[in-house]
Write a protein that binds this ligand. Structure first.
Ligand code: UT7
Length: 342
C-alpha cells in the first residue's frame, strides 16, 4: 500500500505530545535478576535505561496522557477520529482506541486500533492521512502507545533488556501540501512469511481453535533478534530510499532522521547506508529503550521539547516491526500552536 496524498490536499501535524511512566529500570537493575550486564546491553543496543509501568497500569492510561498532551499542544481542539497503534491492547477485544477516546472526553468520534507492532505508528499515519484527504475526518488524533513490558517474559534476556513502555501522539488536520507539518509520501510493506520472527504464539484464534489451553510461556512475546536485525536494516533502508525518491528529496536534504528506536546499531547502519550525517540522526533509545509503536512519536515529542528543529525542516521517519512490516514517511516539521509537551 503506498498512499500518496493528492496534490494540494494534505494532512498537517498540528499537535504533538509524549509521555513515559515515571518508574525507571536501569541496565544494572536488570543485571541483578538476569544473566546480562550494562556493558552487553549498551554495546549491543545503545540502551541504558527504560521506563516501565507499575502493575495495574495498561496501555490506555499511557495513551490518554500522550493524547491529552498532543491535544493541548494543538491548542485544545476537538478531533473526529482517534487511532491507537499498539502491540499491547488493553484486551484482545474490543479495541483500545474507543476507550482512550472516551477517557479524553471524545465519546461519539470514530476510533480504531492499528496492529503493525513497531511499524504501527506509520501504518496509523497512513490511516490518518487517508481519512483526512478523503474528507472522512477533519482532525485525527493518532497515538502510538505501549505497555510493552506487560508482554515480556521477565526471564528472557533476549527481549527483557530491549523493550520499554511509553506513548507519543500527534494531532493531524486537513491542510495544504506546502504547509509546515504536511505529511508527504508514505511507503509501507509487509512479508507474512516472517510472522514467526516476532510473535506472541498464544491467545489468538489459531491457538484457541485447538480447544486446548496454551502453556503460560506461549503468552509471552518472542523475537528472533539476529534475523530481525538483518531484515530490518534491508527493508528500512529500501523503504526510506523509496519515500525520499517520491518526495523528490536527496538524503542531504533530510534535516532530521527520526527512526523507530529498535536498536542504536540498526538506526546507525540504516543512516550510514542512506548517507544521513550523524548530527541529523535523532535518538532517545539510551533513555527509553525500544517502545515499539510509541517509539517514533515519542522521539518526535522529545525533538520538539529540545527545540532542535525549525518549522519547515525536512524529516524522514522509518520503522520495521513484527508481521513482518516496515515503512517510511516524509514530512516537514510543524509549526505548533503551543509548545509540544511531555
Ligand atoms: O523493534 C522492532 C523489531 N526488533 C528489532 O529490530 C530488534 C532487532 N535485533 C536486535 O536488536 C539484536 O539482534 C538484539 C539486541 C536483540 C541482540 O543482539 P545481537 O547482537 O543480535 O546478539 P545475538 O542475539 O546474536 O546474541 C549474541 C550473544 C548470544 O550468545 P551466544 O549464543 O553467541 O553464546 C546470546 O545468548 O549474546 C547473548 N545474549 C546476551 N548476553 C547478555 C543475548 N541476549 C543477551 C543479554 N545479555 N541480554
Amino acid at each position: 500500500m503506498n498512499p500518496v496524498p493528492s496534490p494540494g490536499r494534505a494532512a498537517v501535524i498540528t499537535g504533538l505530545g509524549g509521555w513515559v511512566p515515571p518508574r525507571v529500570v536501569t541496565n544494572d537493575d536488570l543485571a541483578q535478576v538476569l544473566d546480562t550486564s550494562d556493558e552487553w546491553i549498551r554495546s549491543r543496543t545503545g540502551i541504558r535505561s527504560r521506563h516501565v509501568v507499575d502493575p495495574g497500569t495498561a496501555t490506555a492510561a499511557l495513551a490518554v496522557e500522550a493524547g491529552g498532551l498532543a491535544l493541548k499542544s494543538a491548542g485544545g481542539v476537538d478531533v473526529d477520529s482517534v487511532i491507537v497503534a499498539t502491540t499491547t491492547p488493553e484486551r484482545l477485544c474490543p479495541a483500545t482506541a474507543p476507550l482512550v477516546a472516551s477517557r479524553l472526553g471524545l465519546t461519539g468520534v470514530a476510533a480504531h486500533d492499528v496492529s503493525a507492532v513497531c511499524t504501527g505508528f506509520l501504518y496509523g499515519l497512513a490511516d490518518a492521512v487517508g481519512q483526512i484527504v478523503a474528507g472522512i475526518a477533519k482532525r485525527v488524533l493518532l497515538i502510538g502507545a505501549e505497555a510493552f513490558t506487560t508482554i515480556i517474559d521477565p526471564a528472557d534476556r533476549h527481549t527483557a533488556v530491549i523493550f520499554g513502555d511509553g506513548a507519543g501522539a500527534v494531532v493531524l488536520r486537513a491542510g495544504e501540501a506546502g504547509e509546515h507539518g504536511a505529511i508527504g509520501p508514505i511507503v509501507l510493506g509487509s512479508d507474512g512469511g516472517l510472522a514467526d520472527l516476532i510473535t506472541i504464539p498464544a491467545g489468538g484464534s489459531q491457538q484457541r481453535s485447538t480447544g486446548r489451553p496454551a502453556p503460560p510461556e506461549e503468552h509471552f512475546f518472542r523475537m528472533r533478534g539476529r534475523e530481525v536485525y538483518r531484515h530490518a536494516v534491508e527493508r528500512v533502508t529500501d523503504a526510506a530510499r523509496s519515500a525520499l525518491n517520491r518526495a523528490g528529496w536527496a538524503p542531504a536534504d533530510v534535516g532530521r532522521f527520526i527512526p523507530h528506536q529498535a536498536n542504536a546499531r540498526i538506526c546507525d547502519t540504516v543512516a550510514d547506508d542512506l548517507g544521513i550525517a550523524p548530527e541529523r540522526r535523532a535518538s532517545n533509545i539510551e533513555r527509553v529503550g525500544n517502545t515499539a509503536a510509541a517509539s517514533i512519536p515519542l522521539l518526535m515529542a522529545d525533538e520538539a521539547a529540545a527545540g532542535s528543529l525549525a518549522a519547515g525542516d525536512r524529516v524522514l521517519l522509518a520503522a520495521f516491526g513484527g508481521g513482518a512490516t516496515w515503512g517510511a514517511a516524509t514530512l516537514t516539521w510543524p509549526l505548533l500552536p503551543a509548545p509540544a509537551l511531555q
